[in-house]
Ligand binder design. Structure first.
Ligand SMILES: [Zn+2]
Length: 144
């Protein structure tokens, strides 16, 4: 038996308690019954932020904007990463135009920016788009 992991639901922000050995069984949210673990990035909004950075699975946020060319070319790489990291890291996209207050609060100066959270705290940050292998290596260096 492993310690249950606390994981926020990407759909309703409900905090789920999921045994480690069940992470591979497509666990459903106790509140809204949607899948808790996704293999695609989910959209993060201002109001979700405080709930979503919590929990035992790290959260990687890609801060982007519609007018940003490098952000657009990075999007498919981020999606690939979400597939490969399912169950180990949660990936979210933050539209910095639609959520300017939060982008300001996070001190975003250039995009794309990647911010890694663990248990509610920022643990690492990178600016600029980079290739999938480099992204995965960076996360590996953070213990993911
Ligand atoms: Zn839910």
């Amino acid at each position: 038996m492993t310690e249950p992991l606390l994981i926020p639901c990407p759909h309703c922000n409900g905090l789920n308690r999921i045994p480690g050995e069940r992470l591979g069984d497509s666990p459903k949210c106790g509140r809204c019954k949607s899948p808790v673990l996704l293999n695609t990035p989910f959209e993060l909004k201002q109001g979700d932020y405080a709930s979503q950075i919590k929990g035992d699975l790290p959260l990687l946020i890609d801060v982007w904007a519609d007018w940003c060319g490098p952000c657009k070319s990075f999007a498919p790489i981020f999606e690939q990463a979400a597939k490969q990291l399912s169950g180990r890291c949660r990936l979210a996209k933050l539209d910095s135009e639609a959520n300017q207050q939060l982008a300001g609060q996070l001190g975003i100066r250039s995009i794309p920016s990647l911010i890694l959270f663990r248990n509610g705290r920022e643990v690492a940050r990178q600016s600029g788009a980079f290739p999938l292998q480099q992204l995965l290596e960076w996360l590996r260096s953070q213990g993911i």
